[in-house]
Design a protein around this ligand. Structure first.
Ligand code: NAD
Length: 260
């Protein structure tokens, strides 16, 4: 379905971004990987995805806190793969602390990576999509883009902002063959969440398995973690013809978290 198209997936060396990159590649899409990690492991990943799905896979390690590097990421996707048809704004970090204790530098980093980076990447990619009359922008927001939790001021602010950016992008591109939607996952077991599980287990002096269960139970009626593969499936659907009039929406995939 996506044969010949190119997707830029920010933060795709791990977790949800990697799941999305693999799902898009499985559908025939060329992939521009991005994110941090061990260079040898990233190169292995790049080669594995290319070999498994028979698509072009490139990597640019642009730092999402730096607008000039974000612009370069998009430019490199066009240069190396020929286009920038799909943009998945996925890179994200978390910091957990009460507002009164929240380090200024962590606030700035969370806002830069989880929100401003999506603006800069969208700004750089849209002209290419407009030129070709087709495009998909998928913003990986969160249940925290729709509701709040304590101790996550920067993350909740960034994700609510990302839902707003999704709507503006959708309105501005409505008649140009482009859609923009947000995916709002609940708990997905990735390194980002594992850090929170480890911190909780340590603070409460409980086993990691119990902390994992407690975390999901606190927010979700459904006691299962979503997987990166399931988020990947939703992203592929958003790129399909069936979803061509879906735009400006926020799709929850959260085990009922925000239904309450
Ligand atoms: P993860 O930690 O597994 O992956 C994050 C990715 O972002 C990695 O590839 C990392 O290298 C990259 N990254 C971090 N800082 C970067 C920077 N400055 N520049 C470039 N890349 C950078 O996390 P994840 O759980 O897969 O999260 C991915 C997205 O999904 C995030 O936006 C997160 O907020 C969102 N999300 C996650 C969950 C969850 O439960 N895991 C739930 C809702 C939303």
């Amino acid at each position: 379905m996506l044969k010949g198209k190119t997707a830029i997936v920010t933060g795709s060396t791990s977790g949800i971004g990697l799941g999305i990159a693999q799902a898009l590649a499985a559908d025939g899409c060329n992939i521009m990987l991005n994110g941090f990690g061990d260079p040898a492991a990233i190169e292995r990943l790049r080669q594995e995805i290319a070999a498994q799905y028979g698509v072009g896979v490139e990597y640019v390690g642009a730092d999402m806190t730096k607008p000039s590097e974000i612009r370069e990421l998009v430019a490199e996707a066009v240069r190396r793969c020929g286009s920038a048809d799909i943009l998945v704004n996925n890179a994200g970090i978390q910091h957990v602390a009460k507002i009164v204790d929240f380090p200024d530098e962590r606030w700035d980093a969370v806002i830069a990576i989880n929100l401003s980076a999506a603006f800069h990447a969208t700004k750089a990619a849209l002209p290419h999509m407009i030129e070709r009359g087709w495009g998909r922008v998928i913003n990986i927001a969160s249940a925290h883009g729709l509701v709040a939790s304590g101790e996550k001021a920067a993350y909740v602010t960034a994700k609510h902002g990302l839902v707003g950016l999704t709507k503006v992008t959708a309105i501005e591109t409505a008649n140009q063959g482009i859609t923009c939607n947000a995916i709002c996952p609940g708990w997905v077991l990735t390194p980002l969440v594992q850090q929170q599980i480890d911190a909780r287990a340590k603070a409460a002096g409980i086993p990691s398995a119990q902390a994992r269960q407690d975390l999901v139970r606190e927010k979700q009626p459904m006691l299962d973690y979503t997987t990166p593969e399931k988020i990947g499936g939703l992203a592929v659907f958003l790129c399909s013809e069936a979803a061509s009039t879906m735009t400006g929406t926020s799709l929850s995939i959260d085990g009922g978290w925000v239904a309450q």
